[in-house]
Design a protein around this ligand. Structure first.
Ligand SMILES: [Fe+2]
Length: 285
């Protein structure tokens, strides 16, 4: 993908709006939740216009449900296409999961079994999405508490096949578009700990050459029965192990941008700036 070095940014959260405009130099780019702007609400649309004027924006959608065998929700897709066309970003992003079944939103990023059948579903939906939205797309790994029965391969092999097939499909149809990866290093670490694998072994199978962006944030631990489970709370300062993986990924992939993905338990903006600076120390030297 022909994307410049974007630097270190954050997921836009409206409670930081005032601080953001006072600190535009501390945030290199912003990821916005696309779904929040599928609206006619003039306040939200004014906010979007102001963000666009002051920051490089990347839309991140939550409910396209690329893993749904029933296909994509055309109504959702049209709203997303309109938003992406308005922003004209370097790329947009979605998750490798399904969020809708029988036309109903589950309100959750649900995993699929890692099978050839699921790969075919993703690749077909990605092709349809890119017909509607002619901008590069990057795909994010999610957390899961267990491996679904029937899986025929590892998650990394599954992602590799989706990426390679989708890019091949684009080439065959002469679409000058690409599909890349959004590697959420916190999700990777949580899955590695909860499911019992080594993240470096995962990355050895994962198509690292396609990584465009990373998400990072802290996790917390919850004791369930005898086991300590790691939880993707988006509510804590980035843990030392996450910094270590992020630095490893920066050294070993062509990643262009890092996004701090804090959603709850919001600290003073100075603390956010501190985390962004810490990432910049090894990413923007
Ligand atoms: Fe994420």
């Amino acid at each position: 993908m022909n994307i410049p070095h974007l630097g270190v940014g954050m997921g836009f959260r409206s409670n930081y709006r005032a601080e953001l405009f006072l600190n535009t130099k501390s945030v290199d780019f912003l990821e916005i939740t696309a779904d929040h702007y599928f609206t006619q609400n003039s306040q939200k649309l004014d906010e979007l216009a102001l963000l666009k004027e002051n920051f490089t924006l990347i839309p991140h959608s939550l409910d396209l449900s690329l893993g749904s065998a029933e296909g994509l929700d055309k109504y959702y897709l049209e709203k997303l296409a309109k938003l992406v066309d308005y922003i004209k970003p370097y790329y947009w992003s979605e998750h490798l999961c399904f969020t809708k079944a029988g036309g109903i939103s589950l309100g959750h990023l649900a995993p699929v079994p890692y099978t050839q059948e699921a790969i075919d579903v993703f690749c077909k939906n990605i092709e349809i999405a890119q017909n509607f939205i002619p901008f590069p797309l990057i795909l994010e790994n999610i957390t899961t508490s267990f491996l679904l029965p029937g899986s025929e391969m590892s998650e990394a092999q599954f992602i590799k096949k989706i990426i390679e097939t989708s890019n091949e499909n684009n080439k065959t149809s002469n679409k000058n578009l690409s599909v890349g990866l959004l590697l959420d290093v916190t999700n990777l670490y949580i899955n590695a700990q909860n499911l019992g694998f080594d993240y470096k072994a995962y990355l050895a199978e994962y198509p690292t050459e396609y990584v465009v962006q990373c998400h990072f944030v802290g996790y917390y631990t919850q004791k369930i029965g005898e086991k300590n489970w790691l939880v993707d709370g988006h509510a804590h300062y980035t843990n030392p192990e996450i910094w270590e993986i992020l630095e490893y990924v920066v050294k070993n992939t062509p990643v262009k941008g890092l996004i701090l993905e804090r959603d709850e338990n919001f600290p003073p903006f100075e603390m956010i700036k501190k985390e962004l600076s810490q990432a910049r120390e090894f990413f923007c030297k």
